[in-house]
Design a protein around this ligand. Structure first.
Ligand code: PXP
Length: 237
């Protein structure tokens, strides 16, 4: 059975709009875990646009399932990760101008550097996942760095404009996952997954964990909006 990791970055996105205390990321962790999720994912971005350093430390203390810290390969963020010691880190590329992570990490192009980093994380008992496009060269390179997992970038599959394009991308994901399995890597997948497109990947029966954020938080607005309005109506009328 596949597992679900919920990315709660967008709870922090909403909080940072007002630079206040609500909605609380800690409360989000409690709700997500109470609902039965298998893990919590947060991304400490270099520009700190949503999750802040204090979130990372506070969340680490209360997480009962497991914490996956998504992070760029940058000295400052690595230092935070080594202090916080989440159960695992997912290494992602990061650009300041992007709206969200736009593609997989070029593991092949920086294999030596990543190999050293994986060793440091392993010494600190932190598992490492490489967020890569469904590209066999990147999958093999991930194995060579000593990483434990790959997380296959599913954004192109999710955003495909036509059925043909989506099928093509699905087949790439399938091939990447099969190759990763043969190499002995553990396989996660994420980005852009929602209630419509996750089922087909689930059926591959090869992906261990799905990392999903935006669609769940978007759905939560509408599953919660009715009762939130009713609660305020009671106070106002
Ligand atoms: N996995 C990675 C590596 C990501 O960067 C993100 C977005 O932060 C996700 C999964 C979750 O993507 P989404 O919010 O589109 O579900």
């Amino acid at each position: 059975m596949a597992k679900l990791n919920v990315n709660i970055d967008h709870v922090a996105t909403l909080r940072q709009q007002r630079l206040g205390k609500t909605p609380s990321t800690l409360q989000a962790v409690k709700f997500v875990e109470a609902a039965g999720a298998d893990g919590i994912t947060i991304h400490l971005r270099e520009d700190r646009r949503h999750i802040q350093d204090f979130d990372v430390y506070a969340i680490r203390k209360i997480v009962k399932s497991k914490l996956n810290l998504e992070m760029a390969v940058s000295r400052d963020i690595v230092a935070v990760a080594l202090k916080v010691k989440p159960q695992w880190v997912t290494l992602v590329p990061e650009k300041r101008q992007e709206l969200t992570t736009e593609g997989g990490l070029d593991v092949y192009g920086q294999k030596k550097k990543l190999e050293k980093l994986v060793k440091i994380f392993h010494k600190n008992k932190i598992l490492v996942s490489m967020f890569v496009d469904p590209d066999l060269k990147q999958v093999r390179a991930s194995k060579e760095t000593g990483a434990d997992f790959i997380e296959i970038h599913t954004g192109t599959y999710a955003d495909a404009a036509t059925k043909t394009a989506r099928n093509k991308e699905f087949l790439k994901i399938k091939a990447a996952a099969k190759t990763a399995k043969l190499l002995g890597l553990r396989i996660n997948a994420g980005h852009g997954l929602n209630y419509e497109n996750v089922g087909r990947l689930r059926k591959l029966d090869i992906i261990e964990e799905f990392s999903i954020g935006h669609s769940i938080i978007a759905e939560a607005i509408f599953t919660g909006l009715r009762s939130a309005v009713k609660k305020m109506i009671k106070l106002v009328k």
